[in-house]
Design a protein around this ligand. Sequence first.
Ligand SMILES: Nc1nc2c(ncn2[C@@H]2O[C@H](COP(=O)(O)OP(=O)(O)OP(=O)(O)O)[C@@H](O)[C@H]2O)c(=O)[nH]1
Ligand SMILES: [Mg+2]
Length: 301
Amino acid sequence: MGLLNKLKEKLSKTKQSIVEKIEGIVPAGGKIDEKTIEEVEEILISSDIGVKATEEITDILRKKFKENSIRNVTDIKTLLKKELIELLQNNTSLNLKASPSVILVVGVNGVGKTTTIGKLGYKFSSEGKSVVFAAADTFRAAAIEQLEVWAIRVGADVIKHKSGSDPAAVAFDALEYAKSNHKDVVIIDTAGRLHTKVPLMEELRKINKVIKKSISDAPHETLLILDATTGQNALRQATFFNEAVGLTGVVVTKLDGTAKGGVVFAIKKEIGIPIKLIGIGEDFDDLKDFNPEEFVEALFD
Ligand SMILES: Nc1nc2c(ncn2[C@@H]2O[C@H](COP(=O)(O)OP(=O)(O)OP(=O)(O)O)[C@@H](O)[C@H]2O)c(=O)[nH]1
Ligand SMILES: [Mg+2]
């Protein structure tokens, strides 16, 4: 299966909740009116793309409708596609210039942090890079073992301490290890934490501070993992984590099998943090660099 076909298949529920619903408003070739635009607006709002993006897009739709430059659903779709691609522009890829490059991975419980780290490890190893995982989730039972299983699969080294020990110390040791052994990338796993729990967010700040004692300009990437199935709550998480540790990018996971993939647009529009990667399954190759054209194409094709 080609890459675009795979993406299309994985995003099919989101496609149903946006594009297929819009196609269903008016029969193919049928005339549209003011009410059609209202219905499009309702579909966009209920599809998780967010209030701001919906307003912006429907304003343009209304204007073009008044100017007579859109006449049917195909015209609406063409315009929508163009605007959605536009909205997602200006994403940067992962910053891997430093050696070692340090990636700190944060997020609430169960969003896919450790799985994403495993997939990233696979990606980097396949590119010939040497990878170190730092098992700084010292809190959840079996978190260290879960990371070790991924490390074996993808050929990464793991730096770990005892369960319950200080996560900042694990991160520090991993960086020291990577420096003295000339490793290319260090990826730091952290415990899942609710964005509203102040002491846990403080702990993240401490990890960040201790990282800088080993490598002053690290972490080079601080990635927030967001679970697409949580919809609009993802926006709140992004705001809190960004305030606590300063995010450089977002990874949106579990886009397979959810109708809420529209949240990708809301994250970009309302939070403004670049989306760097997307997760579309549980396997090691189910992580993709985020490409706006490809993403929107998969929804419309
Ligand atoms: N379908 C699907 N499942 C995913 C994806 N990413 C992660 N998962 C699943 O989500 C579940 C939780 O993943 P973890 O990687 O353990 O999540 P975590 O954020 O590390 O969890 P905690 O460490 O407990 O906070 C696992 O069953 C993963 O297989 C994805 O892109 N698609
Ligand atoms: Mg984990």
